[in-house]
Structure formats: structure tokens, C-alpha cells
Design a protein around this ligand. Structure first.
Ligand SMILES: Cc1ncc(C[n+]2csc(CCOP(=O)(O)OP(=O)(O)O)c2C)c(N)n1
Ligand code: SF4
Ligand SMILES: [Mg+2]
Length: 351
């Protein structure tokens, strides 16, 4: 993969976070994506979210598949662990890494082709198993990297750049994630950083499978009239159900939002999600209602965004499997080779 390294110098007065890092310390190589690609805005949102959460870059592992979206981990968190896997196979690689070392923060970055087309099975199983991760799909409705074929998230009737209509029903990944049992589900838009940054922060602090479907227009192949994944279409049909402030242990990361009823949800690690309701009837703690709301609004051509669902009592795959708390590479010989007596005991318990 080609990339251009960014010069490391920066202004000595750049603000630092509680770890002493500047925002620049969370950047990666210079992006080689098309100018204006939505994916670059998502990279910028991830950089801001991690800087503000005071995360040590070496504590994060970013994994991806293949596609323009899957290239983006090269452009953020240059000092973090990274693994660029095979098309559609990121979820199983992430699951394996997470099982081997639960001490890292896992960030899965994928595209709509990568997750809804070739990787649909992998997406589904990582979500239903409750792998502790933020899984983000940079959803542009096309295979950008291979020059604009419809992906499985393209809306029925949506037009390609050359005017051909898509005849297939779309897969709505947010609805699927809800059906599959994800304990955190959100949808956002690459052009709305105010909404996206706190959603990323809340998802990172969430325990279990957190999924964000982020509409991210492809300016080269899917930003024309007739596309339902263009900047203009999403701006005109964006219906945000709530706005979010994330309060971590030390101080609130506050955003400026208009009036509305406030709801507070405390997550497993003490993070408080302060939600300002924009739709008075929407309750993000009701999975069934979220699923039907998404379907109703999709039928009207609306793109519902915001925190769609959160389970504050969430559990993850390690809880289900009762795995050892220590990362496997830190276990000593006594733990790894407990001896014949321990083996006999295990065998006896299985008879
Ligand atoms: C096994 C396999 N099949 C097909 C391809 C070709 N291929 C590369 S990227 C891609 C689609 C990428 O689309 P998406 O995941 O939506 O990412 P985008 O480029 O739109 O961000 C395809 C079909 C491949 N690399 N490997
Ligand atoms: S082809 Fe589309 S998805 Fe790929 S970099 Fe260009 S604008 Fe982005
Ligand atoms: Mg795509």
C-alpha cells in the first residue's frame, strides 16, 4: 500500500490531553483518497475522539478489510496496532485478536461492500457473539475502490453515476445489528462531526459489540442526483433522533445542542451518555421500538441518525466464555502448563 508520511513537527503550543499527547500524535500518514471523500472526515472524527478520550495510542488495535474505507486506518492512529486483512474477513481476525488480548481497545473499520456484501456472515457473527469492539462501516453504497459497482446497501431504485437503477433490496446494517443483538447501535453521517465524535467516544467506552453505520459519500462514484448516499440527499433527509454528550470519569466532553428532553444512560465503565432527545417519543433503550422505527422511517425515505440503541448492562464474548482475564501472551508457564492433575480434573468434569 502506498502512503506519504506526514512531517512530525508541530507548533509547540498545540493543546495536549491528559497524557501529554497533541492531536497530531493520533494522526497517521497523508490520505491518498479522493479529495472530499467522506471517509477522510470519519478518520478526522476518530482522531478527535481518541485525543479527547485521552487514549494511549499503543492501547488501540485497528483492523480492517479491503476497500477505500479499509485503507483509512493508515491515515489515523499511526502509533497504534494495525492489521489490514482480507476483503470481508476483518471481523474474524478482530475476534481472534480480542480473545487473545482483551486489554486492547478494538476498532474494526470496514466498508459497505466489505461488511454487507462479501463479509455479511462475518459481520453477523461478530455482532451476535458480542465481541468487545467498535465496528464502524463507512457506508457509501458502492464499491468505491473497484470503481462504483452497487453494493448491498444501495437503495432500490438508486441510480448509478451512469444512470442505471439498482433493482435489489438494500441491506440496512443498523437494523441487522439490532436484530443480531448488538448492545450499542448508532447511525451517523461523515458530514456531521458534532454528532459523530461523541458517538465514537461512547462506542469506544461501551462494553460489547458497538456498531456505527456511518453514511460516507463517495465523491467519485456515488454523489450525483438520484443517489441516496450523496451529500445532498443525506443532508436533506437526515432525521436525528437525539444528540449526545459523553461524560467520562474526569470531565464532560460537552457539545452544544439545542433544547430537548434530557436522558442520562450510565454505561458499564461509568461513562455517562447524556442524550438530548430531538424526537420526544424515541427511547434508545427499547430495541424492538428502534427496529420498527427504522423500518417506518426508511419507507418514508428518511435517514435516521443518532444513538439508536444502547444496553447499559451489556456483556461481551469474554463474559460468555469465562475466559482468563490475563492476555494470553502474559500467562506464565504454570498457568499454561498446569500439569497432569489439573488435566485429569478437567477430563473428569467432562465425563
Ligand atoms: C476476495 C475479494 N473479492 C473481491 C475483491 C475486489 N474488491 C476490492 S475492494 C472491493 C469493494 C470495496 O467496497 P467497500 O467495502 O464498500 O469499500 P469502499 O471502497 O466503497 O470504501 C472489492 C469488490 C477483493 N479485493 N477480494
Ligand atoms: S473512490 Fe470514492 S470511496 Fe474511494 S477514495 Fe474516492 S471518493 Fe472515496
Ligand atoms: Mg463502499
Amino acid at each position: 500500500m502506498t502512503f506519504i508520511t506526514k512531517p512530525k513537527f508541530h507548533h509547540p503550543k498545540l493543546p495536549t490531553n491528559r497524557l501529554g499527547y497533541t492531536r497530531r500524535d493520533y494522526e497517521g500518514a497523508v490520505s491518498t483518497l479522493c479529495a472530499g471523500c467522506g471517509h477522510d472526515s470519519i478518520s478526522a472524527a476518530i482522531i478527535q475522539a481518541c485525543f479527547e478520550l485521552d487514549l494511549a495510542p499503543h492501547r488501540i488495535a485497528k483492523l480492517s478489510g479491503i476497500g477505500c474505507s479499509s485503507k483509512t486506518p493508515t491515515y489515523f492512529l499511526g502509533a497504534s496496532h494495525g492489521f489490514n486483512s482480507v476483503h470481508g474477513r476483518m471481523p474474524s481476525v478482530l475476534t481472534g485478536a480480542n480473545l487473545a488480548n482483551r486489554d486492547l481497545i478494538y476498532l474494526g473499520v470496514s466498508g459497505d461492500g466489505d461488511s454487507a456484501s462479501i463479509g455479511l456472515g462475518q459481520f453477523a457473527h461478530s455482532i451476535r457473539r458480542g465481541v468487545d469492539m467498535l465496528y464502524i462501516v463507512e457506508n457509501n453504497g458502492v464499491y468505491g475502490l473497484t470503481k462504483g459497482q452497487f453494493s448491498a446497501t444501495a437503495d432500490k431504485g438508486s441510480l448509478s453515476k451512469r444512470g442505471a437503477a439498482n433493482h435489489d433490496e438494500p441491506i440496512d446494517l443498523a437494523s441487522m445489528a439490532l436484530l443480531l443483538g448488538a448492545s450499542f447501535v448508532a447511525r451517523s453521517f461523515s458530514g456531521d462531526k458534532e454528532q459523530l465524535v461523541p458517538l465514537i467516544q461512547a462506542a469506544i467506552r461501551h462494553k460489547g459489540a458497538a456498531f456505527i453505520d456511518c453514511i460516507s459519500p463517495c465523491v467519485a462514484f456515488n454523489n450525483h442526483p438520484g443517489s441516496t448516499k450523496s451529500f445532498d440527499f443525506v443532508r436533506e433527509h437526515n432525521e436525528a433522533v437525539n444528540r449526545l454528550d459523553v461524560m467520562v470519569d474526569h470531565a464532560p466532553i460537552a457539545a452544544q445542542y439545542g433544547p430537548g428532553e434530557l436522558v442520562e444512560v450510565t454505561q458499564h465503565d461509568g461513562t455517562v451518555l447524556r442524550l438530548r432527545k430531538l424526537d420526544a417519543d424515541y427511547d434508545p433503550r427499547d430495541r424492538g421500538a428502534a427496529i420498527s422505527y427504522l423500518q417506518q422511517q426508511a419507507a418514508k425515505g428518511e435517514v435516521v441518525t443518532g444513538l439508536l440503541y444502547v444496553d447499559p448492562e451489556s456483556a461481551d464474548l469474554h463474559d460468555a466464555l469465562s475466559t482468563v482475564a490475563t492476555p494470553l501472551n502474559s500467562l506464565d508457564d504454570a498457568a499454561l502448563v498446569p500439569g497432569a492433575k489439573a488435566l485429569d480434573k478437567v477430563n473428569a468434569s467432562l465425563r
